[in-house]
Design a protein around this ligand. Sequence first.
Ligand SMILES: C[S@@+](CC[C@H](N)C(=O)[O-])C[C@H]1O[C@@H](n2cnc3c(N)ncnc32)[C@H](O)[C@@H]1O
Length: 248
Amino acid sequence: MSPPLRQLALQFAAVVAVLSLAWPYYGIRGEALPWAGVVLAIGAAAFLLAALTRQPWWWQTMHALFAPLAWAVAQLQIDPGWFLAAAILLLLVYRGALSGQVPLYLSNRETADALAELLPAHPGLRVVDLGAGLGSVLRPLAAARPDAHFVGVENAPLTWLAGRLLCLGRRNCELRWGSLWQTPLADCDVVYAFLSPVPMAALWEKAKAEMKPGSLFISNSFPVPTVEPNAIVEVGDGRATRLYCYRR
Ligand SMILES: C[S@@+](CC[C@H](N)C(=O)[O-])C[C@H]1O[C@@H](n2cnc3c(N)ncnc32)[C@H](O)[C@@H]1O
């Protein structure tokens, strides 16, 4: 079961456990369900299940708060259309988090500077950023290396649109809407990725199969499991960013 489904199942189990006791109990007594107490009990049951199944602390916290907060917000009687609009907006920006457990967070300027140092010097260099976000890496690199060509691939529609607008006017920088898994890597000299631990093993298989010998695969923060990098660059920024470099 995928991690989001597992968490949903856990929350659902807590709801079923509490309601299956509370409904008959209050039904037999002929009393209305005291929803405030019931949602607190659901939060406690979900927390217990999350702790027993050894979920990370942040999942435990979310499970404890989810039902009480959902109930509290329902009391505000906000038009459901707003929730639909917010969900659509989040999907347009964070599609990657839902489809591949890769959320949007941006490389900083120090990382772009460190990457510029790592790029081979020869003209006509082709660099691709898999999951390019707003082009935070591509834009400074394109400015620093007018002799090279930079392509970003992004699958979240609104993120892609914003990145594309920000890249306008840069002749050597292109942001494409699409999936990184469908992006051919054969003609790339450098492939950059800042994703999450989840896709790294599969992505390395793709890089190995498609990238040409001598080309460079750089992953920001997330190493390829069980593969020794050729170099690790410490960026020296506030986030202690590390760039894991693999030579094909
Ligand atoms: C952590 S952000 C990195 C953004 C940018 N590379 C940077 O360094 O600033 C990862 C991005 O990958 C995108 N993404 C996730 N899965 C993707 C996929 N299958 N295809 C294309 N983009 C994807 C997400 O939408 C997100 O914008």
